[in-house]
Write a protein that binds this ligand. Sequence first.
Ligand SMILES: Cc1ncc(COP(=O)(O)O)c(C=O)c1O
Length: 414
Amino acid sequence: MRPSLTDPLGAAAPPELDWSTLFARRSERAGDKITAILSLAASTDVITFSGGFPAPETFPAPLLHELLPRVLAEGAGTALQYSPTEGLPLARQAVARLVTETQGRAVDPAEVLITSGGIEGLQLLTRMLVEPGDRVLVEAPSYLGAIMAFAGFEAEVEGVPIDTDGLQVDALAAALARGRRPKLLYVIPDHQNPSGVSLAEERRRPVVELCRRHGVPIVEDVAYRELGFDGTARTSLWSLAPELVVQLGTFSKILAPGFRLGWALGPAPLLAAMTAAKQNSDQCAGAFGQTVMAEYVLGGHLPAALATARGLYRRRAGLMLDALEAHMPPGVSWTRPAGGFFVWLTAPEHVDTRDLVAGATRLGVAFVPGAPFYSGPGGANRLRLAYSRVADSAIEEGIRRLATLLRGTGPGQP
Ligand SMILES: Cc1ncc(COP(=O)(O)O)c(C=O)c1O
């Protein structure tokens, strides 16, 4: 095509870019499983047990009406500015106070890195620790976002089985004893995503000791730690071995995900590396959210809010467990969470819960099939149910629909 006055480059109809030839190899591992879960969670005519969303009733909107004018009047210069990469001093102080008060081991604000949500903490540490081909141990099943973060950096993600008391210590010992030394062990010890189970108190020291002996760092994800229904919490792994454990926390489940705020604390060399990595990603978590969060936590508002949230989630979990008891056919079993957002359901062996998704949508109920929560094979006959965001009045009906599906007798039969 020759250039002309109206088409100076001579490219009146340039060929369309073929994006599929441009993507980096790692894009194949990015996966869109979480996006799929979140998109289902947005539909309104479906009773949605899928996304691990907090209940909006727990968001502190009325209090924010009070706090925000003060933040803007007194601290706009900081709240609306870039913040230091490791976080605003007050935000780090707030996390230090929260952790010190709830985990029985003093933490200095200087040891805290403020992240843009828990998921960013995972990204940062994986970026700085994991080489392609490294072994990474996770619970089987485990949090999809973590599995995807590790797989995205081309780790060999290996599941260690859990039971109703969490990670099986014997299986962990066997995994540590064979093959190459794993780069890290990732655990969610409290009210785990997706199973809802917690690591038994008597297993915590042995897990730490085994990893210490093998020189394997532990990544402890405490996303649901503060949401035990009776308000109690077990010994954190970080408090047992701060030189070996990096702890990742989030305000998404205890304040609001809209803040996109989390934290990391642990061994100084690793936190320094994560801070350097953050400099090359978002540079800093949003100062506005950090300022409001700090006001909220240092103003002493969290304990009462947590008490209310625990009551709400306890009630919803109870409604779900009662409904499961009332409606599920024989051969189906489920976990009984003592906190957090999830019940983990096991259908008979021959069922693949992925095959039930279309029928479930027709019946107006959503869940997450079990298989993606495993890095390897397994979990096909399991599924995750989040009771956290479903109105009390809809929980039984949702479970009734699911039971219809599992009985294989309803209009949603696949
Ligand atoms: C176990 C676990 N860790 C981390 C996160 C990430 O939370 P966020 O990035 O919203 O802070 C989640 C969210 O679902 C989770 O379930």
